[in-house]
Ligand binder design. Structure first.
Ligand code: HEC
Length: 306
């Protein structure tokens, strides 16, 4: 039998299907992506990184920081809390609504003290929506509170999962896969101080005792102090191991890398990755509206399943 055409077809099929899966599909998903907006504030997201931070991205790449650091926060699920904001004018009706939702809280007799307070915690969206409807029907003001959960969120690496938009202006995108060090998707929120980063690049173990991060001292110049000390010199030279009369001055690469670090803050609440932020609650009318039974039978509309 001549297997030639079969082998050709099998190879062709394997190549073609991987082209569809690895080239065409991602291109269709993210190729035309445009900035989105934050929810509920409605600001455009993301903003392009400042020029120095853009340069820092290349320094990050050159130095292989992504070998040890990921830049993607995972999320396991989204849970909801129901927060009672105001009791309204019909306490007996509200009490019976609370007795229905949270019998223990109602029995304690303290349900209406110290508002705002959560009435339900860690429930699914449909249950939270029903509870909000019940409470608002009794004249009270209540809102659902969106809370992403998962190990990365518990570690404080982010408020929500990373989404494709977070990387819209990054080229190349360096998600990283190993986590020898902490995830850096939001390091600018945790460590907003440029000086901290510079000292940490120069001598990680001085800043974080026991750190296994390699020192990047070649991004700095150690030099004799001139007539006047350099305004850019790192503070606390003595603990960095530089003798008297010497100073450590960051090279432009180090400054760019530090600017990149503090620009890493992917913490805007988005439609595709929502979470509630204090001070940005929508007015109660819009909540009542979005919680009304909708055309799609009350299916969750803004809660991603993962
Ligand atoms: C060999 C693995 C490794 C490499 C390569 C590495 N790091 Fe780290 N990094 C770590 C470890 C481990 C920690 C945690 C201890 C510490 O804070 O020093 C860390 C911590 C950090 C932190 C502090 C994070 C926080 O949440 O406080 C930043 C910022 C950072 N690294 C940036 C970088 C940059 C930028 C590069 C590339 C120039 C880099 N790292 C290369 C292992 C690494």
């Amino acid at each position: 039998v001549n297997y030639g055409p079969m082998v050709f077809l099998a190879a062709f099929f394997a190549m073609a299907s991987s082209w569809f899966a690895f080239v065409l599909k991602p291109q269709l998903q993210t190729g035309q992506m445009v900035p989105t907006n934050t929810v509920p504030a409605g600001l455009s997201y993301p903003a392009a990184r400042p020029g120095l931070a853009q340069q820092g991205l290349q320094v990050y790449r050159e130095n292989g920081c992504y070998y040890c650091h990921s830049k993607q926060v995972m999320q396991e699920s989204t849970v909801f809390e129901v927060i009672l904001i105001e009791a309204g004018t019909n306490p007996p009706a509200l009490q019976s609504a609370i007795a229905h939702l949270a019998p223990k809280l109602a029995e304690s007799g303290k349900a209406l003290e110290d508002l705002p307070k959560p009435i339900l915690a860690s429930v699914r969206k449909d249950r939270a929506d029903r509870a909000v409807r019940l409470l608002t029907a009794s004249g009270a003001e209540a809102i659902p509170w969106v809370r992403p959960t998962g190990p990365d969120i518990a570690r404080g690496w982010g408020k929500r999962r990373s989404v494709a938009e977070d990387f819209l202006f990054d080229d190349p995108v360096m998600l990283g896969s190993q986590r020898v060090g902490p995830d850096l998707a939001n390091v600018g929120v945790r460590q907003p101080d440029i000086n901290w980063h510079l000292r940490h690049f120069y001598a990680p173990t001085v800043v974080v005792p026991g750190s296994v991060m390699p020192p990047y001292s070649y991004l700095f110049e150690k030099r004799r102090v001139g007539l006047r000390p350099s305004p850019n010199a790192l503070a606390g030279g003595a603990d960095l191991g530089v003798g008297p009369g010497f100073e450590v001055v960051p090279k432009p690469e180090a400054l760019a890398l530090a600017a990149y670090m503090i620009s890493l803050r992917a913490d805007a609440p988005l439609f595709s990755a929502p979470y509630s932020v204090p001070g940005t609650l929508p007015p109660p009318e819009t909540i009542a509206e979005t919680n009304a039974p909708s055309a799609n039978g009350g299916a969750p509309t803004n809660a991603p399943s993962q």
